[in-house]
Design a protein around this ligand. Structure first.
Ligand code: HEM
Length: 182
């Protein structure tokens, strides 16, 4: 949070709100969003059907075979990432790996012809909203909570929501008139 806020203060300052046009300059924020999509992919499994007989990893796959691609497992595979169980945005700082479906170690929007058509909107929305939340507020945990004990578990389904919803307390960090009439 502190690193994001330092970057936001440098790029945006305290006399205006974040704008979509700021996102390309917010490199650390982009790395945080990539790491969040890696570690907490919204959709854990994507499905395909094999069109023709083919071989994958030495296995014969027959035409019409339904395939489930485990994005959740790929995102945690040690052949793709060092310390895959650590949340570490630095791994994407200066890295060429992107979420657009061509880097197969990071596929939060899927890949190929059936990849998510809403990707530009979804990606911009997540980056923009996170930037606004971190620029406008410092977020504290409720008294008695500490980050080590937080349950970050997810419940399996079409998407992966948290089992226990996050509870955080916003503390304003911009001049009060920036928040509009109170
Ligand atoms: C952060 C936001 C989003 C994430 C992480 C996400 C993720 C995904 C994933 C993983 C798939 C399956 C891709 C595949 O099978 O290769 C998908 C499909 C799809 N998404 Fe998204 N999505 C997001 C936002 C959106 C938005 C904003 C829209 C529409 C405005 C959208 C519309 C669709 C549609 C229509 C499909 C089905 C595409 C097809 O089967 O051909 N998504 N999305």
């Amino acid at each position: 949070m502190k690193k994001n806020q330092d970057e936001l203060d440098h790029v945006v300052g305290h006399d205006r709100m974040v704008d979509e046009d700021d996102i390309p300059q917010l490199k650390y924020l982009q790395a945080v969003v990539k790491e969040t999509f890696r570690f907490h992919a919204t959709i854990p499994l994507i499905t395909r059907e094999c069109m023709t007989n083919c071989k994958v990893g030495g296995y014969d796959i027959l035409a019409k075979t339904p395939i489930m691609i485990n994005i959740w497992a790929i995102h945690r595979h040690s052949s793709a990432y060092d310390d895959p169980w650590d949340f570490n945005p630095e791994r994407f700082v200066g890295s060429g790996v992107d979420v657009k479906g061509v880097d197969f170690e990071l596929l939060p929007f899927g890949s190929g012809r059936r990849a998510c058509p809403g990707m530009p909107l979804g990606l911009m929305q997540v980056q923009y909203e996170l930037a606004r939340l971190l620029h406008s507020f410092t977020w504290k945990l409720p008294i008695g909570e500490n980050p080590q004990n937080m349950d970050m578990g997810e419940v399996f389904g079409v998407t992966l929501p948290k089992v226990i919803p996050l509870e955080v307390i916003p503390i304003a960090r911009l001049p009060l008139h920036m928040y509009g009439p109170l």
